[in-house]
Each structure stands twice: as C-alpha cells, then as structure tokens.
Design a protein around this ligand. Sequence first.
Ligand SMILES: Cc1cc2nc3c(=O)[nH]c(=O)nc-3n(C[C@H](O)[C@H](O)[C@H](O)COP(=O)(O)OP(=O)(O)OC[C@H]3O[C@@H](n4cnc5c(N)ncnc54)[C@H](O)[C@@H]3O)c2cc1C
Length: 375
Amino acid sequence: MQAEELKTLTIAIIGGGYAGATAALALHQTGASVTVYEQAKEIHEVGAGIGLRPAVIKLFRQLGVFEDIAAVTSPSEYFDILDAQGNLIQREQWPHLDEDGVRNNTRFIHRGDFIDVLTRLLPEGMLKLDHRAAEVVDNGDSATVRFTNGQEVTADIVVGADGIRSKVRTLFSDNQPVPANAHAYRVVIDGSDAEGLMTDDNLRLYLDAETGSMIYFLPLRHRGENGQVSFDITVPSTDTSWNPDVTKEDLLHAVRNFDERLVRIVEKLDMDKVNTRSAHDIDPVDVWNSRSVVLIGDAAHAMLHHQGQGANSAVLDGGILADCLLEQPSVAAALDTYTELRKEPTQALQRISRESWDSESAGKTAFPEKEAIDY
Ligand SMILES: Cc1cc2nc3c(=O)[nH]c(=O)nc-3n(C[C@H](O)[C@H](O)[C@H](O)COP(=O)(O)OP(=O)(O)OC[C@H]3O[C@@H](n4cnc5c(N)ncnc54)[C@H](O)[C@@H]3O)c2cc1C
C-alpha cells in the first residue's frame, strides 16, 4: 500500500501479549495509526524463561530494537537433550543461526523482561489497559469492537491477538482449547540454587523415559548477581484444570527418576513462586481473516510448548503482517497474503508440538521443524 494510504489506516489490536505488542511495534512503523487494547489492569507475565529464535532476533534487528532485546537476554549456541540421569542424547546448534553473514543467536529472556521491553518500546498512549473485548462485529471494510468497560472502537483492521481463548476468533471458528493431558510447572530459581548445573548458556531438556516427565533447564545468566535458571517441569496428568493445585510432594514424585541434583533443586523450591498450568493447544483454525479482521499469535495457532515456538511464532506474525501491508495493494490482499504465509508453517508447528518428545524422536533431531518448515 502507498505511504499516503497507510497514514490514514486505523488498526485496533486486541491483546497486549507478545503477539499484540510486536504487531503494534511493526505496524506503527508502516505509518498506520495503531492502538492496543489489553484486558488486564497491569501488564504481568509468569516467572519463566523462553528462547527467542534466530528468525525472531532477525525481525527485531529489522525493527531497530535489537539492542533493547540484547540488553535483557543471553545468547545461546545449542540445544541439548539428555536422559533423566543427564546422559546426552542429542546436541544440535540452533537452526538458521548464521544467515546472510549475520549471526543471530537464539537468546534467552525472562518472560517478564520480554513483555516489559516490548511495551516500553511502544509510543506513549498506544497501549490501553483495562479494555476487555466483549464483542467484535465485522462490518466488511471495517470492524467494531465493544469492550466490557462500555467503550467501543471502529477500525479499518481489527487484529485478534487475544490468546488461546480468543474472543476475536469466535468470528471465524468455535475452536476451544484442547487439553494435552500434561501439566507444566514453571519457576525461576537463583543460580546459587542450581546445584552447579548452570554451566553455560544452552538449553537442556532432560527426559525420563519411564514416567514421561521432562525438565527444561533454561539458563538466564544475565539476570541477578548469581544468574538465574528457568526451571520447567512437564508431567503427564489426566487433570485438565487450567491452574492445577500441586504440592511439593507431587513435584518430588514427578522427578523421582532424575539426577539427584535436579531432585535437590525441586526440594528447595518455594511453592508460592511455582506457576502451574495444564497444557492446552487448539486444533488448526481454517479461517484466519476477513477483509478487516485478522488473527495472530495463540488466537490463530496456539500450540503446545514442546518445540518452544508459540511465542516465537506470535512475534513473527506481527512482523509479517506489517510487511504484507507494505507490500500488497490493499488491506484485503494484505490480510489474505498474511494468512497464506503464516498458516502452513504454524500449523506444522502445532502438529509437531503435539508429538512432544521421547528418546526415539529426540535421538533423531532436536529440531524436527527444521526440515518441515522453511522460514
Ligand atoms: C508452559 C508453557 C511454556 C511455554 N514455553 C514457550 C517457549 O519456550 N517458547 C515459546 O516461543 N513459547 C512458549 N510458550 C507459548 C507462549 O507462551 C505463547 O505462545 C505466547 O504467549 C502467545 O502469545 P500471544 O500474545 O499470542 O498470547 P498471550 O500471551 O496469551 O497474550 C494474549 C493477551 O491478550 C489479552 N486478552 C485476552 N482476551 C482479551 C480480550 N477479550 N480483550 C482484551 N485483551 C484480551 C490477554 O490478557 C493477554 O495479555 C509456552 C507456553 C506455555 C503454556
């Protein structure tokens, strides 16, 4: 679209998570007038870490915010998969780390730091808190959103970035979250409590073949005096409640077969700091957009966490949506092209993430998506 047309375009983004905040940054740079409506009264993220993959780091370079991201991250070279006792099954360098002569390491970040840095980069007033979308009406060439606080907005484009339980998605699909029969327990611990296991900046996944339990050990060495570790235990469970109640004894039972140093980490955990969640994803969504409404992030393609690609995909969506508006002749063409570009790779990731891990699949490759997805 021409710069003059983009200047008159209004975009309402519903949801101020990673998808919404990155889309806001990227879409603002096209010249469009962007507002993000977030239901929460304040921005808050759970205590856990994630790895920002090379494609996301590349996008942040393009958006001119790489230094801001680098300041709150540690660069990582590879991903190790080990058995419960710490014997190496697979070590692989992060894919696409060296491309076009630029090294884009995967970078580890605390979820709280990530949302803080993204929202801090937004122009003042762009993010409106305490706006919960209750109804979205597609008017054809515009869409109207009504909020529970009584306010209403009509925009040329409404971007549904409102997560796995998306309200905006109900325009296109009645898909509901699907339980994975697994719990994820996440906590950030001080490096001094890591039993000497924090030795480098690489991700480790420990797999217990007998119980199906897994521990993701993700170092955040740039944080605090001693560095920190994001410690994530995933266990099979038939309890599908959204925020399950678990005790220290439950956790100790789940990790009973692991290296004794991992067991000692669990013994020392402050249970008040442990975030518990039942893992859910959604089935593939067929329709992602109309002429004025489009889905991004978990609203479009919530996936299980086993490939560590949910937030990464959410971030990429925003950048690619902005590129489509710059490159296509109209809003309708841009939204169609965005869907065309993003549906296949993210639905492949949904599929692969559902397969989770076992020692056989881990023995083949740490990155099954490397072959399946070209991005
Ligand atoms: C245990 C676990 C581990 C994970 N690990 C990783 C990992 O290592 N790497 C990775 O890339 N991903 C990981 N993910 C996935 C990642 O967290 C999600 O994919 C990512 O948060 C999706 O971002 P989003 O912005 O689309 O959605 P969300 O983060 O859910 O944000 C949606 C936002 O919309 C707001 N909202 C919702 N409804 C409304 C409404 N009606 N009106 C206004 N606002 C609304 C919400 O308050 C929220 O702020 C993990 C997920 C889990 C559960």
